[in-house]
Design a protein around this ligand. Structure first.
Ligand code: SF4
Ligand code: SF4
Ligand code: SF4
Length: 209
């Protein structure tokens, strides 16, 4: 059984810092106090994101539009989650990510202990057939729990990264975010965010234009 890397712990922003920011960036506890489910650490990504948004002029754009009265609905909302449990709800934010990890079977002999099947919360996502794990990726949510408990490395993680989502919201016309990319690297997360922020800053066209 493999143990996960220790996560860096960093303090969350103070309420005063949050109130003044043109961004509402929520990081799950994988990036603050730590979480045993974490696949990625959202804290370093959050730091890069804030710098990138400032460089793009998004903060200035939002503050100018707010005319000195920055209300919550005016903020650019971001949620960064360390795993598919998605505690900070990236699905309803302007931009969001959740960590994901794809398990695969190896040639290492499976001892049919069934720990992987027992820990999996997605019924049918993993089965043991002829002493070998078989995945249904249509059901698997890519959480990595099965690989974590396998004592023989018959299951390993083939790749991990961030599922990137954009343009989700609540309010008068709620919608779930679109999935823009799976297994994104930090650089790819920033690239996508740049495009989403640039789009966000474009003037809204009236139907007659
Ligand atoms: S999203 Fe996952 S890693 Fe983050 S706090 Fe929730 S369970 Fe832990
Ligand atoms: S990664 Fe998670 S959801 Fe997928 S098979 Fe393993 S335990 Fe089940
Ligand atoms: S794949 Fe690993 S955890 Fe699953 S039954 Fe085989 S040895 Fe046990």
């Amino acid at each position: 059984m493999k143990t996960k890397e220790a996560l860096k712990i960093a303090p969350p922003p103070t309420p005063e810092e949050k109130a003044l920011s043109p961004y509402d960036i929520i990081i799950c506890r994988a990036g603050t106090t730590g979480c045993p489910h974490a696949i990625i650490n959202p804290k370093p990504i959050a730091e890069k994101i804030e710098i990138l948004l400032d460089e793009l002029g998004l903060g200035k754009h939002i503050k100018t539009k707010a005319k000195g009265k920055l209300l919550y609905h005016m903020k650019f909302k971001i949620a960064l989650a360390g795993c598919p449990n998605s505690c900070p709800q990236p699905q309803i934010k302007t931009f969001g990510i959740s960590g994901q990890a794809r398990p695969i079977a190896t040639d290492s002999p499976c001892v049919e202990c069934m720990k992987c099947v027992e820990i999996c919360k997605e019924k049918g996502a993993i089965k043991i057939i002829d002493a070998r794990p078989v995945f249904d990726y249509g059901l698997c949510v890519l959480c990595d729990d099965c690989a974590e408990v396998c004592p023989t490395e018959s299951i390993v993680i083939e790749k991990k990264g961030a599922k990137v989502m954009a343009n989700g919201k609540l309010g008068r016309h709620p919608r779930l975010a679109d999935v823009i990319k799976e297994f994104a690297t930090e650089d790819e997360v920033c690239e996508i965010l740049k495009k989403v922020a640039e789009e966000y800053m474009k003037p809204v066209r009236s139907p007659s234009e």
